[in-house]
Design a protein around this ligand. Structure first.
Ligand SMILES: *Cc1c(COP(=O)(O)O)cnc(C)c1O
Length: 422
């Protein structure tokens, strides 16, 4: 049963109510290890499900186009103030609908179509919006890509600098979706300065670690910072853009009227709640625990013969190269899902297989850390992980079902925020 329950939905649209309850049960019973996912608090859920969804508020506080903003103005200002205080930034825009539109706003603010931009290639752990060809950012801009090094999986800063000086990009992106190591923001800043480029740090994955003091901050190094609010930061689906005061106007104009219409006020409220939660001391413990859990899981997986890109992790994320196991990432991800471990197949750097059936798996520990698992549980998680891959190799469906049952039994002792089985 939902906490709070869904009495109206159950009557008005039982089919949707039933689907939501089923999804809640699924989230409850599985080790959710998709690196970009988490569990939000009941308070964040309540704000997301509020009547603020009824209100249109195009513009910014005290510069709106419709009347009736007496409540929304201070609400948005509260979210902005909390973001500025938590991250120590001069300017925050909390209106982007999600991470991809936030990144598009950075292009709108600092470049023109056809301009050169530099980002980490998608197969190397970058994001689509860092100029990958199939994305609007790759179609509309002249995107050049840097890589990680073949030998150690770390960012190739010699290449970043060479490309930056040769290509003179308007924007250099740092950050990514499959980087298990600390991002060296000062080093990127030095290169951007030398090349006369705007440094954009996309911290979507690690914003919660930064807020919780478990990863260095790009503040003071990057000209503009984008982040989703729903990954390690543990807020609603949404995004924020931070900048120095110098770039505040350009950022705001790019979001509205450049790209978007009315902000999603229910999301703004939920972002404000998540930022309040992230400023509490317990959030620092959560961020530190994420890193401890990832390290413990990495060690346990290495013990079981798994090959980790970069040899381990500094953050919430592991990238596993299955080449030595002789199985592809896709069948492995599907087998793990059947066994109650939810993650995604992923390319590894210099992958020899195809993007839709690559050699790797990506996982993250934010969700299971929110559930309350600690490093003591990680050897067991690694054992289930390893047994699931073995079950795939041996075509052992019984083993998969056994593991799924054991996982659900363990998780019954770790409450899920927002839902419980009654
Ligand atoms: C998740 C992510 C995004 C995109 O966020 P969406 O909300 O899915 O649009 C952008 N950049 C990075 C690095 C991400 O990890």
């Amino acid at each position: 049963m939902h906490v709070p329950p869904l009495p109206n939905l159950t009557v008005e649209d039982p089919r949707v109510a039933e689907l939501i309850e089923s999804e809640a049960a699924r989230q409850h019973d599985k080790l959710r290890m998709i690196a970009s996912e988490n569990y939000v608090s009941p308070a964040v859920l309540e704000a997301t499900g509020s009547v603020l969804t009824n209100k249109y508020s195009e513009g910014y506080a005290r510069k709106r186009y419709y009347e009736g903003q007496q409540i929304v103005d201070p609400l948005e200002e509260l979210a902005i103030e909390r973001a500025r205080a938590l991250f120590g930034v001069e300017h925050a825009n909390v209106q982007p609908y999600s991470g991809s539109p936030a990144n598009l706003a950075v292009y709108m603010a600092f470049a023109k179509p056809g301009d050169t931009i530099l980002g980490l290639g998608l197969p190397m752990g970058g994001h689509l919006t860092h100029g990958w060809k199939v994305s609007a950012t790759g179609a509309w801009f002249n995107a050049v890509h840097y890589s990680v090094r073949r030998e150690d999986g770390l960012i190739d800063f010699d290449q970043v600098r060479d490309l930056a000086l040769a290509e003179r990009p308007k924007i250099i992106w740092c950050g990514g979706t499959a980087l298990p190591r600390t991002i060296d923001f000062p080093r990127f800043a030095e290169i951007a300065r030398e090349a006369g480029a705007i440094l954009a740090a996309d911290v979507a994955h690690i914003a919660g670690l930064i807020a919780g003091g478990a990863h260095p901050s790009p503040v003071g190094h990057a000209d503009v910072i984008t982040t989703t609010t729903h990954k390690t930061l543990r807020g609603p689906r949404g995004a924020m853009i931070f900048s120095t005061a110098e770039h505040a106007k350009a950022v705001d104009k790019a979001v509205f009227p450049g790209l978007q219409g009315g902000p999603h006020n229910h999301t703004t409220a939920a972002i404000a709640v998540a930022l309040k939660e992230a400023a509490e001391p317990s959030f620092r413990d959560y961020a530190a625990q994420i890193v401890k859990n990832t390290r413990a899981l990495a060690a346990a997986l290495i013990d079981r013969g798994f090959d980790l890109v970069t040899g381990g992790s500094d953050n919430h994320l592991l990238l596993i190269d299955l080449t030595g196991k002789g199985v592809g990432g896709k069948p492995a991800a599907q087998a793990l899902d059947r066994a109650g471990i939810e993650l995604n197949f992923n390319t590894v750097p210099y992958d020899t297989r195809t993007p839709f059936d690559p050699s790797g798996l990506r996982l993250g520990t934010a969700g299971i850390t929110t559930r309350g698992l600690t490093e003591e549980h990680m050897p067991q998680v690694a054992a289930w992980f390893s047994d699931s891959v073995d079950a795939l190799i041996k075509d052992d469906e019984k083993a998969e079902a056994r593991i799924a049952g054991e996982i659900a039994d363990l998780l019954a002792g770790f409450p899920m925020p927002g839902w419980s089985r009654v």
